[in-house]
Design a protein around this ligand. Structure first.
Ligand code: AHG
Ligand code: MN
Ligand code: MN
Length: 335
């Protein structure tokens, strides 16, 4: 039962009993993410006004330039989740290693770990184009009350208990799932409240948009090349429209509403693809499946991949179910 215009706070309370672990802990955790999202949103919104845009002069573990807002968003999410003492561990795209929270304290009964991409699409900040935040939540697998280990983070995506994103766009939205469908909430910036604006979001089964960085075309595997040519062919409802923002969150958000497919295949520079399995692909794959869509590495379900390391990358294809099915057929044929 959805009440449009219900606030996110009301929604969390009303739906917490339908969550299979019936714990208020997850609700508190999502509430903290909501709070951090508002703080980061405020900063993203004034990016053009203050001297916060531009590179921070540092690189993250993957050798990429960190933007100042990457650093800021990373700090804010970690601070909010740490101060409120509601998780036992955090892993972030911007941190070399995972963070164990209150690991010495036997009274730390927290059961959840959070993985985040604090600022996704950060190269878009300087040009006033939408960016986002992606989060993923698991129950720890090691005993409660002991320090977390890497095993708590290297779980298959199919073990996620919640995931979602915040898109800092023309309006700011939180879209998330706890395994019971996908709902979207829009921020009213005047009063700082998120309202249910997009109940029960679903990918249309078919779409007419393909989103890929075609600048890498010559380096793509043959199956991807063939699929792109198929998208461009004049036949039936094709050619499809090409739309690529360069921020996974924004491209996904458009495609879930309008119907489409997002692709980040491997290329010469990124032999395993560019996107990170734990911080980007798994949370988006969980959302996609909860919204009647599909996510794959071209051959295998993303959520069934066993992660081997925190910053692992993987080829990523995600979107309307029939489009991803067709792409997989092209990949198989080109083997
Ligand atoms: P991030 O800003 O967190 O590093 O992620 C950027 C990702 C993704 O959001 C986007 O779709 C993709 O990288 C864009 O990559 P290209 O510029 O290579 O197309
Ligand atoms: Mn990202
Ligand atoms: Mn990022």
């Amino acid at each position: 039962m959805f009440k449009k215009n219900q606030t996110l706070g009301e929604f969390i309370i009303e739906h917490q009993s339908s969550f299979k672990y019936t714990s208020g802990e997850l609700s508190r955790l999502i509430n903290s993410i909501r709070l951090a999202a508002k703080v980061v949103n405020h900063e993203v919104n004034k990016a053009g006004l203050v001297d916060i845009i531009g590179a921070a002069g540092d690189t993250n573990i993957q050798g990429e330039d960190q933007q100042k807002l990457d650093v800021y968003a990373n700090q804010k999410f970690i601070q909010t989740l740490t101060n409120r003492n509601i998780v036992c561990g955090i892993a972030s795209e911007e941190e070399d290693d995972f963070i164990s929270i209150n690991s010495q304290d036997e009274n730390n009964q927290n059961r959840y770990v959070v993985l985040i991409d604090p600022l996704d699409g950060s190269s878009n900040i300087d040009v006033n184009v939408s960016v986002g935040t992606i989060f993923s939540i698991y129950r720890r697998v090691t005993p409660v009350g002991s320090p977390v280990t890497v095993d708590d983070f290297l779980q298959k995506g199919n073990q996620q208990v919640a995931s979602g994103y915040i898109v800092y766009g023309t309006s700011t939205m939180i879209v998330y799932t706890t395994g019971d469908g996908v709902n979207g909430f829009t921020l009213n910036p005047a009063i700082g409240t998120f309202y249910l604006s997009h109940p029960n979001m679903q990918f249309p089964e078919n779409g007419r948009i393909y989103s890929v960085n075609e600048g890498n075309y010559v380096q793509f595997p043959q199956g991807i090349k063939n699929y792109i040519k198929y998208c461009q062919k004049e036949e039936g409802d094709r050619p499809y429209t090409s739309r690529y923002i360069g921020s996974l969150v924004s491209d996904f958000h458009r495609n879930i509403i309008k119907g489409g497919i997002y692709l980040y295949p491997k290329n010469a520079k990124n032999p395993n693809g560019k996107l990170r399995l734990l911080y980007e692909c798994n949370p988006m794959a969980f959302l996609a499946e909860q919204a009647n869509g599909k996510a794959s590495d071209g051959f295998t379900r993303i959520l069934d991949i066993q992660p081997k390391e925190l910053h692992q990358r993987v080829p990523f294809v995600c979107g309307s179910k029939n489009m991803v099915d067709t792409l997989e057929q092209f990949m198989k044929l080109a083997l």
